[in-house]
Design a protein around this ligand. Structure first.
Ligand code: 13P
Ligand code: SF4
Length: 325
């Protein structure tokens, strides 16, 4: 039998952090020359996070994109995030280093299927997790992220039945937190559902006393083993507050780069799965620093949206940005 993988352990970064590579310096110079801002999600590679103007979760990135003044936004994340930037700041050129950086969760909810369900149940109030396409956003009443979902759902008119798309695990977590019954779209994140109670228990046994944080896209069985369930952004604050020296992080392992930079002197353990010593999103990892350099040089691949879709998708997104403040 193949032994289960042991969790990957990330000790604190050396004092002074990591030195910049020649490629990182080249990207920083190009960024100046091209009047660009680089926004990066917490799951991006270490070398991309190291040169980004802002590293954050979906919510923080949406706010930063909305207020960006530079003529170009290089969005180091996945397609729906770059689309969100274009929706809220349409006069900017939005570049995604690899156009194939999609999201299987977003793909699980095609706009045509959602439109058919809405036609059959016209009373539904549709709450969409931001991990969906612009065409899906255009059909929804309000958008949420993992960082504000409960707050937003609490504001939905009490007399409306809610449909939550597309993540059933996050939806279930929000329903539990708010006490609001919701019809759940049967989608999930292929990466987060790979975490299992068994793998997490083995990591806990190997690091006794280490508190566990988990992303709400994990299954309920995994969430139940965590001391804290929250968005990637809240993981930073939670980690700062912990007394323990070692923390177990149950989300995409890129998160550890952000945590090591911002919460020094702690050891982070990337929770393993039954098959992998740490868990990477294959879409997030399609972006590389070389591709960031090339997209800045070439001004492509660019995110474009049909204007009617963009305008319709902006309504629930703006509602979220307003309700979330
Ligand atoms: P956050 O908004 O918590 O960063 O999550 C984004 C995501 O894609 C999780 O898989
Ligand atoms: Fe999508 Fe999951 Fe990757 Fe997040 S981690 S971008 S939800 S596939």
């Amino acid at each position: 039998m193949i032994p289960y993988p042991t969790a990957t352990v990330f000790p604190p970064l050396p004092a002074g952090g990591l030195p910049l590579s020649d490629l990182q310096r080249e990207v920083l110079a190009l960024k100046q020359e091209k009047d660009a801002i680089i926004l990066a999600h917490n799951y991006q590679c270490e070398d991309i996070q190291g040169i980004a103007d802002f590293v954050g979760d979906s919510l923080g990135l949406a706010y930063k994109a909305a207020e960006a003044k530079s003529s170009t936004i290089v969005f180091c994340g996945v397609h729906f995030m770059a689309e969100t930037a274009k929706i809220v700041n349409p006069s900017r050129r939005v570049l995604l280093p690899d156009l194939e950086a999609g999201c299987s969760l977003a793909d699980s909810c095609p706009a045509e299927k959602l439109a058919a369900l809405k036609a059959a149940q016209p009373d539904l109030y549709v709450v969409a997790y931001i991990n969906c396409s612009a065409a899906v956003k255009a059909l929804c009443d309000v958008i949420v992220t993992s960082g504000n979902a409960s707050k937003i759902v609490n504001k939905v008119p009490a007399d409306r039945p809610i449909l939550f798309v597309p993540d059933q695990n996050l939806g279930q977590w929000v329903a539990q937190k708010t006490g609001r019954a919701m019809q759940l779209w049967p989608g999930n994140c292929y990466a987060h559902v790979q975490f299992t109670p068994g793998a997490l228990l083995r990591a806990k046994a190997a690091h006794p006393g280490a508190p566990v944080v988990a992303h709400p896209e994990c299954t309920e069985a995994v969430r139940d083993l965590a001391d804290m369930v929250c968005s990637t952004e809240l993981m930073v604050e939670w980690s700062r507050q912990q007394q323990a020296d070692t923390l177990i992080v149950t989300t995409e392992s890129g998160m550890i780069h952000r945590l090591r930079r911002e919460v020094p002197n702690k050891t982070f353990v990337a929770a393993p799965t039954d098959r992998c010593a740490c868990n990477e999103c294959r879409f997030m990892k399609l972006n590389t620093l070389q591709k960031v350099r090339d997209c800045l040089k070439n001004g492509t691949p660019e995110i474009t949206l049909p204007e009617p879709v963009r305008v319709a998708a902006e309504v629930p997104l703006r509602r979220m940005l307003e309700w979330s403040r």
